[in-house]
Design a protein around this ligand. Structure first.
Ligand SMILES: O=C(CO)[C@@H](O)[C@H](O)COP(=O)(O)O
Length: 232
């Protein structure tokens, strides 16, 4: 079942090592079929160089394996919560990309410091609060999803306008209109995290860009009158 989605999710997973966003078996990509509400996700702990499309695991929104012989990603519960709470997304990526993880471990947002950021994220990429001991012990992956959703609700951030988050002490999750779109957001996040880290070294007092410039660059690509590229 969902052979086309399996192929797309497999190809998206293989982009993670290609773009140096993961090492060994770190990270995972999933995609959802919104008609059946079935999720296709990477199997847990399989090295990318051994991964095959037919190994992708199909789970339902309760986390039950619907098809597949391998265990689904250990982060499946996080993906499920995000699909439930962010209804417009159809792909999710988790990585351990070094510059985004640096901000996550420092407990810092990636601020909107320039147009490179603004082209994709309509404001800072938020970091979640640190999780409490009982949350970590009880069900870390589910709690990770809950704290991501809590962050966006409390800070009134639209997940469609900022398709990324930094899980405190852990790393980034991104999402998008497809698994491949979510990978694109992971690559951009890593690039802007690296640029912004160095910007902060040079001049921490000039880090936040003006709202009018943020609007200009985000809306030219994502607004209702978007004109970037070959849009007619
Ligand atoms: O966040 C983590 C570990 O901290 C995950 O990214 C794992 O590194 C990958 O787990 P699987 O998807 O292979 O279960």
């Amino acid at each position: 079942m969902l052979e086309k989605l399996k192929q797309e999710v497999y190809e998206a997973n293989m982009l993670l090592p290609k773009y140096n966003l993961v090492t060994f078996t770190w990270g995972n990509v999933s995609g959802i079929d919104r008609d059946s509400n079935l999720i296709v996700i990477k199997p847990s702990g399989i090295p990318y160089e051994e991964l095959k499309p037919e190994q992708m695991v199909v789970v339902d929104l309760n986390g039950n394996v619907v098809e597949g012989d391998l265990n689904p990603s250990s982060d499946t519960a996080t993906h499920i919560i995000l699909y439930k709470e962010f209804p417009n997304i159809k792909g999710i990526v988790h990585t351990h990309s070094p510059w985004a993880v640096t901000f996550a471990q420092a407990g810092l947002d990636v601020p909107a410091a320039g147009t490179t950021h603004a082209d994709t994220f309509y404001g800072p990429v938020p970091v979640t609060r640190a999780m409490k001991e009982e949350e970590v012990i009880r069900d870390y992956e589910k709690q990770t999803g809950d704290v991501i959703v809590e962050t966006f609700k409390e800070r009134q951030i639209d997940p469609d306008q900022v398709p990324a988050v930094l899980v405190n002490d852990h790393g980034p999750f991104t999402w998008g209109k497809s698994a491949i779109d979510a990978v694109h957001h992971s690559v951009v996040l890593e690039e802007v995290a690296k640029m912004t880290y160095h910007t902060l070294q040079l001049n921490p007092y000039q880090i936040d860009m003006d709202q009018y410039l943020l609007d200009k660059h985000y809306l030219r690509k994502h607004g209702k009158n978007a004109y970037y590229g070959q849009k007619k």
